[in-house]
Design a binder for this molecule. Sequence first.
Ligand code: NAD
Ligand code: GLY
Length: 370
Amino acid sequence: MDKHPSPIETVAIALGDRSYDIHIGSGLLSSPASWTGLPKAQAAMIVTNDTVAPLYEAALRTALAPHYKQIHTVVLPDGEAHKDWQTLNLIFDALLANGCDRKTVLFALGGGVVGDMTGFAAASYMRGVPFVQVPTTLLSQVDSSVGGKTAINHPLGKNMIGAFYQPVRVVCDLDTLKTLPERELSAGLAEVIKYGPIADMDFLAWIELNIGALMARETPALAHAVKRSCEIKAWVVGQDERESGLRAILNFGHTFGHAIEAGLGFGVWLHGEAVGCGMVMAAELSQRLGKVDAAFVTRFKALIERAGLPLRGPVLSSADNALDYIEHMRLDKKAVGGDIQFVVIDGPGQAAVQGAPDATVREVIDACCA
Ligand code: NAD
Ligand code: GLY
């Protein structure tokens, strides 16, 4: 038991009739308050995977028992490589085989892969059923469970098929982070660090001071990191739910990062690792475009390294590595008519979305890849 358990915090996502709360704290899986006031239904379906199910499915099932006559569970194969049509279909198969009606509430128990697929299934099963995010990775607690982006991958590109569909609640039990592999903790820290340079330099400074406590999984530090990340994401999503402008800043590092993930094959690098390294590349690009100075890039790289994340990108092709990155980036969802758009740091604590000359992008890739 942690000597200083965190209080339960709530962050509100304000989206009119699609508004909801994010609950953050210790012991929330088994706390009755986490599960009261959800949409009424006969049945619940827990969607999880074969890693998370043995750890947390029983606790969630017990906590949900007072609220639903039937609780079904579908266990998906674990991994980014399974974020595809075939695995998505397992959710529909289970819903139909169990006679689940259009009021059935889905519970996404797991990391971002389970959350994104459950959300997409909820958006489309019988044209939409409610779903609750129960994120169990740091990455999913600070980012993917919030804001309603749901998707599966296509072999040619990351998150290419999906929908905007908001959950009715997000329950972040910080205790679940205790069982997370070290590499996954670092991957989650990439998305925490992301919020600093794009929106809040004080938060960046706080992360720098507390990176040791975060790596040691101290609950008060994790609680603050999750809460502040969710507050920033709530602020962005509340203004631009469907990414017609501002929300794109949350993709800092993702243009390069998605090229790494798709180029290597999904699952070779973790999403957060690719984003961490992608942010280094985006920071280098920002410097070359005259937006930040070398000291900022050096400071940023030092934090990425302390978070246990890779600083150098992989070589995707020995023939023309930069071209390989560029071709993957042309498929990015932000690209307009084949012109790649990058999230750049537009001065500390501010981000902008813009194109960049191919020659400059090539210089960055050449300088940043092993
Ligand atoms: P993940 O879902 O693959 O989880 C990482 C690994 O940790 C998996 O092996 C999982 O089974 C395991 N795991 C989960 N919880 C655990 C726990 N408590 N203890 C032990 N092991 C546990 O990866 P992720 O990093 O959570 O999410 C990455 C995905 O999220 C990517 O597909 C990415 O595209 C997506 N994403 C979506 C959004 C969005 O806005 N929807 C934002 C960021 C990322
Ligand atoms: N993770 C990026 C977004 O939610 O927009």
